[in-house]
Ligand binder design. Structure first.
Ligand code: SAM
Length: 289
């Protein structure tokens, strides 16, 4: 290791190493070096990481660390650090801890006084944001949405009301259902979808939410793979409209919510006031959550 990266006298270091999300060439040279030098690699899936190491011509001791055994593994890894061993933490793809395990280990290692250092590299969220063409000065990282339809739509109501760009991860099982929900809740909302970033069948969509289902259906292969959905922020509402909302429309919505189920109250309020359904929905959720 370089001098400034040498082992601290207090023990080993925990390296949090980002690995490729598709293309192996995206692995940083420094990540490769650290992986070749550590005493142990804690990996979400040891077979998966074993294959990555083999492709790099490396062989290191591996220890599994995934969401079901992380709590139990923390003590074992802290012992290794106490013995002065260096440990790398990797997930199956991208940056560990970003919708991936590792938080408990990182926190415990920091609390125990060990150095915890990142090896920066790929993350699907940032890669998708960087090409989305949507404002990126501020953004909200949502990760995975709830799996069940009702819970997902409810969460989307909240996300669509946010004044910043929102990044969601989605799997092939639910991407079409998500596109349908978005078309129903906010058909005009700008969004970007990144599919299979840095892989052979990489594709990107940019347009209105209402057009995404048709884009996906144009080629059934588009429903395969891994996805990041980047939602544009809630459009700016002019101040007059906001003021009108808080006076009459708010009273109306509250009254309807007192007597009717959420969906019916929102639908009726939207019809009476002419306000977009998703905006009424988002406001109703603020009161009912
Ligand atoms: N830690 C990873 C990161 O930094 O991006 C994310 C891990 S999370 C368990 C996996 C999700 O990330 C996938 O379901 C997908 O939403 C997204 N993802 C990962 N690789 C991707 C890729 N090559 N293209 C598009 N999305 C990807």
């Amino acid at each position: 290791m370089k001098e400034h990266e040498a082992l601290s006298t207090r023990g080993g270091k925990l390296w949090v190493v980002a690995t490729p999300i598709g293309n192996l060439e995206d692995l940083a040279p420094r990540a490769q070096r650290v992986l070749s030098e550590v005493d142990l690699v804690a990996a979400e899936d040891t077979r998966h990481t074993g294959r990555l190491l083999a492709r790099l011509g490396l062989s290191r001791p591996l220890l599994s660390l995934h969401e079901h055994n992380e709590s139990g593994r923390v003590g074992q890894i802290l012992d290794r650090l106490r013995q002065g061993q260096d440990v790398a933490l990797v997930s199956d793809a991208g940056t560990p801890l970003v919708s991936d395990p590792g938080f408990r280990l990182v926190r415990a290692a920091r609390q125990a006084g060990f150095e915890v250092l990142p090896i920066p590299g790929p993350s699907a969220a940032i890669a998708a944001l960087s090409v989305a063409g949507l404002p990126s000065d501020r953004f909200w990282f949502e990760g995975f949405l709830p799996a069940s339809g009702a819970a997902r739509r409810q969460r989307l109501g909240t996300l669509l009301a946010m004044p910043v760009t929102v990044i969601c991860y989605e799997s092939s099982h639910r991407i079409r259902a998500l596109a349908e929900d978005l078309a129903a809740l906010a058909p005009a909302r700008e969004l970007a979808l990144a599919r299979e970033i840095s892989k052979q069948f990489e594709e990107h969509f940019f347009g209105a939410a209402g057009a995404l289902v048709a884009w996906l259906d144009r080629d059934m292969n588009r429903l395969r793979g891994e996805f990041v959905v980047v939602l544009g922020a809630r459009p700016e509402v002019d101040r007059g409209e906001e003021a009108a909302w808080t006076q009459d429309q708010e009273r109306l919505l509250r009254a309807l919510l007192d007597d009717l189920p959420l969906k019916q109250a929102v639908s009726l309020a939207s019809r009476i006031t002419g306000l977009p359904r998703n905006r009424v929905y988002a406001r109703a959720l603020e009161w009912t959550e």
